[in-house]
Design a protein around this ligand. Structure first.
Ligand code: NAP
Ligand code: MG
Length: 729
């Protein structure tokens, strides 16, 4: 196994790797550090799943499973780039492309009937959605802006929309019947095997059995009442109309892949309630499933003039909707994965509370976030800005995050124990000795779920927070609500550890709403604070604060301290930027910023030095930090426009600053001597290299595939400078 694993992924980050990885490998080799790859791309995972359909040469090893084992060992040192969390349409497109390249894969069975089809479907469903991160994240999360990145943002503040006190933008969420208000939680005092049953008048149905939790696991159960949700949505649609704002719904249908598409479906039904009342049966015959969104619904009913006319009349009577793409008429309710709360809410807040309406105009919005567990964070943010005006990124301090994440903690691990209830009754969670851990009376259509968090990850998380606070010396807040069942159980872990370590006075514990206000107050004064949060807030806050502070979450340092001692270094908190690929294909310009990779690389090399006592790796890592600083100081991040320097240019500058820093340092003379001529060649070749890079931009390029591109063609596109390639090899 290589010293460092660099993941092979999809879309823009994978294109960037075609240019950047050869540079890393060349430089690392000088310190005796090997950098290998493991394929966790969507196409790679599909190929690894169906060896029996492929020829000997076409077969691919299951790299994700291998990495899943590696991250449980102290030897792990993985640089993880963002990969596609595939929706069904993406999965189907990837299968089609691979089939067209001669891989005899089975089709994705949309409606499996035979056992064989069901088996294929189950395999494909294992690849769908967020299937990679839960396997690799065997540790808790430490996310923050590197010092260089934060000071760059302060010196070059991005534009923020103005917030006015009388903005009509607001957040609405349920006051009863939601996951928040129905939650119960208990900590297991011994290992237990649990079953989940639905008791109805007619008898008992087992929803799930044989789930084993170790002693000390915090196990929650809760449900969202479908009736309460329907009432709430109907009320909010009316209220939005009365307010004269846009109706917007913010969910996390990618990560919460079972519950949130159902909640989204309720919103589609509520918005078109009169149409469903009148034409429900006919629409069902046409295969309409509201959970698939308004886009799918319209496609299915488009030839029925009566339904179409009633939809039009209904929409005209409704408040205008928040749009995904007003030019193309794509609304918030078209596809459940288009509006993702952790990206959509910060974007709207950054814009001064404005969203895009149907005619392309900006407008205030009612931000509907049905469950009240985390909605207060956005609500309080909006209230804070209404009172104080927009934040100033030039002077604001920073909010770092320590997040509980390991071993599928909390809601993000709850899909296998989430159920849409078929029939009224009581859902019980029962231990093998007959103890009833949780019991909830439910109605048909309610969404019941159980989430859990294990003892070892919780303790590791608290200790990580203690280390981080010690390193920073700043304000540190556990975002836990003593009045919420789950959080109260966590507090029972947190307080004794803080006391035992004698650091209780360094930490505060606050409910999310109060913590939000306290954090904004702190950073407004130019000071820093650490948000110590559960898994969902880890995800939300590491977009919210970076987007306000730095304009993007893609530049974050994102470290996963693996519980068994290894290191996993994620490159930023953003995704794989599909729009960037489109631009490259159309005009050979890649606007992807590799800053996340630069930061992760520096951390990975330093980690290697600490873990293996490789001092050359430490020197290499320090020089990476100098190179990153150089990129920022000299403005060599990629431009968004064709004809201007792009991702490939930034890699040239990175290599140059990296080599110069290595040639300059005096901790390792051998490395300095090795890199002096490389630095010299990169400097003297500057003009030639930049002109070779500039010459290719403009025309469309062919990568030989989208999900499974041709490596030779991609390398030719991403490494167009013969002069640079000569130096790098
Ligand atoms: P996204 O890829 O983060 O892209 C949103 C926008 O953020 C991009 O269009 C781009 O803005 C900007 N952006 C993100 N990273 C950037 C970078 N390094 N440099 C410059 N700009 C950057 O979010 P998405 O469109 O919601 O998700 C796309 C795919 O990524 C999905 O398949 C999703 O599942 C996956 N994803 C993976 C991870 C992960 O593996 N950790 C995390 C999140 C999402 P402009 O277009 O304005 O340039
Ligand atoms: Mg996020």
């Amino acid at each position: 196994m290589s010293d460092i694993i660099y993941t092979k992924v999809d879309e823009a980050p994978e294109l960037a790797s075609a240019s950047f990885l050869p540079i890393i490998q060349k430089f690392a080799a000088a310190a005796g550090v090997s950098v290998g790859t493991k394929d966790i791309s969507l196409a790679g995972r599909i190929l690894a799943t169906f060896p029996e359909h492929l020829s000997e040469e076409q077969r691919q090893s299951d790299d994700l499973a291998e990495l899943g084992r590696l991250v449980k060992t102290p030897d792990a040192n993985v640089i993880k780039l963002p990969n596609i969390s595939a929706s069904v349409p993406q999965l189907v497109a990837a299968i089609k492309e691979l089939q067209s390249q001669g891989f005899a894969l089975p089709d994705y069975p949309e409606a499996p009937s035979t056992d064989a089809e069901k088996a294929v479907r189950a395999k494909y469903d294992g690849i769908k959605g967020s299937a990679v991160n839960p396997v690799l994240r065997e540790g808790n999360s430490d996310r923050r802006a590197a010092k260089a990145v934060k000071s760059f943002a302060q010196n070059n503040p991005h534009r923020m929309g103005d917030w006015v006190a009388d903005s009509k933008t607001r957040v609405s969420s349920m006051s009863e019947g939601d996951f928040f208000s129905n939650e119960t939680s208990a900590t297991l005092d011994a290992e237990a095997t649990v079953k989940i049953v639905l008791e109805t008048e007619g008898g008992e149905t087992v929803l799930k059995e044989g789930i084993t939790y170790p002693a000390g696991t915090v196990v929650d159960a809760t449900f969202m009442s479908a009736a309460a949700l329907q009432d709430f949505l109907a009320e909010q649609i009316e209220q939005t109309k009365a307010d004269g704002t846009l109706f917007s719904l913010h969910m996390k249908a990618t990560m919460m892949k079972v519950s949130d598409p159902i909640i989204f479906g309720h919103a589609v039904k509520a918005f078109l309630a009169p149409v469903f009342e009148k034409h429900g049966a006919a629409m069902a015959d046409l295969g309409v499933n509201p959970n698939s969104g308004l886009g799918d619904l319209l496609a299915r009913v488009k030839d029925n003039a009566a339904i179409m006319a009633d939809i039009e009349a209904c929409m005209a009577a409704r408040p205008p909707m928040y749009m995904v793409d007003s030019d193309k008429g794509i609304t918030n309710l078209h596809v459940s994965s288009d509006v993702i709360i952790d990206a959509s809410m910060p974007a709207l807040i950054r814009a001064g509370g404005k969203g895009w309406g149907p005619t392309g105009e900006e407008s205030d919005a009612n931000c509907v976030i049905p469950d009240n567990s985390y909605a207060p964070v956005y609500d309080e943010t909006i209230k804070f800005f209404k009172e104080n005006g927009k934040m100033n990124p030039a002077t604001a301090g920073t909010v770092q995050n320590i997040g509980l994440m390991a071993q599928k903690a909390e809601e993000y691990g709850s899909h296998p124990t989430t159920f849409e209830i078929a029939e009224a009754g009581t859902v019980k969670m029962i231990l093998e000795d007959g103890t009833v851990l949780h019991s909830h009376k439910v109605e048909a259509g309610d969404i019941w779920r159980s989430a859990s968090a294990r003892k070892a990850p919780i303790e590791d998380w608290v200790n990580l927070a203690i280390d981080r606070q010690k390193a920073e010396g700043c304000r540190a807040i556990f975002w836990l609500d003593a009045d919420r069942a789950h959080d109260a159980e966590l507090i029972k872990y947190v307080e004794p550890i803080l006391q035992a370590k004698g650091v209780a006075d360094k930490f505060e514990i606050m409910a999310p709403r109060a913590a939000t206000r306290a954090s904004f107050e702190t950073i407004t004064e130019g000071k820093n604070t650490i948000a110590i949060t559960g898994n969902v807030l880890r995800d939300y806050l590491t977009d919210l604060f970076p987007i306000l502070e730095l304009a993007t979450s893609a530049k974050m340092l994102s470290i996963v301290k693996l519980m068994n001692g290894g290191g996993l270094f994620e490159t930023g908190a953003g995704g794989s930027a599909p729009k960037h690929v489109q631009q490259l294909q159309e005009e050979n310009h890649l606007r992807w910023d590799s800053l996340g990779e630069f930061c992760a690389l520096g951390e990975s090399l330093t980690f290697l030095a600490d873990a293996k006592g490789n001092e050359k790796a430490r020197v290499l890592g320090q020089a990476v930090d100098a190179a990153t600083q150089g990129i920022l100081d000299h403005g060599h991040s990629p431009s968004r426009k064709v004809g201007e320097p792009d991702n490939r240019n930034s890699h040239y500058w990175f290599a140059r600053y990296w080599a110069e820093a290595l040639a300059r340092q005096n901790s390792d003379a051998e490395l300095a001597a090795h890199f002096a001529p490389i630095a010299e060649a990169l400097a003297s070749g500057e003009e030639q290299i930049l002109s070779e890079l500039a010459a290719v931009q403009g025309p469309a390029v062919d990568l030989g595939g989208y999900y499974h591109g041709d490596a030779t063609k991609t390398a030719a596109v991403m490494r167009p400078s013969a002069t640079l390639n000569n130096i790098i090899g």
